[in-house]
Design a protein around this ligand. Sequence first.
Ligand code: FAD
Length: 316
Amino acid sequence: MTSVLLGYGVEGLCQTLIAHGADRVILAQDPELRHYRTEPYAEVLTSLIAKHKPAIFLFGATTLGRDLAPQVAGRVGTGLTADCTGLDIDAETGLLRQTRPAFGGNIMATILCPDHRPQMATVRPRVMRRLPPDASRLGEIVEEKPILSSKSTGKQVLDVLVEAAQAVNLEEANIIVSGGRGLGRPENFSIIRELADVLGGCVGASRAAVDAGWIHPSHQVGQTGKTVAPRLYIACGISGAIQHLAGMSGSEIVVAINKDPEAPIFQVATYGIVGDLFQVLPRLTARLRKALGKDGETRQKARRVERESDPACGVL
Ligand code: FAD
């Protein structure tokens, strides 16, 4: 697997990529690549693809990846499957099977690109499990000198402003406590936050809760929200619609709290609690707070400070 690293003064990241699984890193550095801009990045990637001729080229379905991928696909004359939730190799043809929701999310479509190269897709973060870094891994670093035309460098970045209300980075969270329509009203998200605080986790939500305006859309988990893969996912008052499961079924342990024993969420739950969340959650939070004791409080405080300074777990 080859990673492409563009930027300036980023050579130190090559070993990080190798530790995470890259066998080879193509490094292209230039002052013009210090800040992301569509044109120079697309130009450099297009020339690297022409030179190295990969069979498959993947981008993260992040804000930047979603901007850059169609530009590159258009320039190299191939197709692009955007926002994949699954990838596989077809055993017979060796083609990349690119799966993503289609027709308003009502079906999952698997798309093949038999005639053009590279096969190109953007893939949602956390769709694939990240390997634990192995600092002893060895890999090859190939340096390429980017050739940039004046056309692509015509725009300058004058300043970078960090948005005040940063998005919640649920994708990176190890523990997520999510609330759904079962919470009944926005104020009740406080009991979700309390449990998340005790565990040092983040707050997630179903689309029903987001659509009702109870919580910011950056908390939404699911097909049209974020794909998450925490070690622990606690779903409270969430029925377990297929579109919600699409975003959290990669979780290691799922705990579901729902008063309906037939709720589909129980089919994916490692542990299920059939009961009223307004009774279960305060007791669970109190028990965990006690069990974690002083250590827990210290850890909680540290995490709260961490979260306040880092948007990863910000709650509104
Ligand atoms: P409901 O389905 O109404 O479930 C509420 C649950 O709370 C019920 O199971 C009920 O038994 C339980 N409950 C009620 N009161 C209590 C109580 N006091 N204690 C315990 N349990 C209680 N949804 C997403 O979540 N994410 C997405 O990204 C997403 N994308 C979508 C994309 C498309 C194209 C479409 C069509 C839909 C999408 N949806 C998504 C919506 C999805 O189909 C469901 O409507 C939604 O997930 C339901 O949210 P919910 O489980 O909170 O609400």
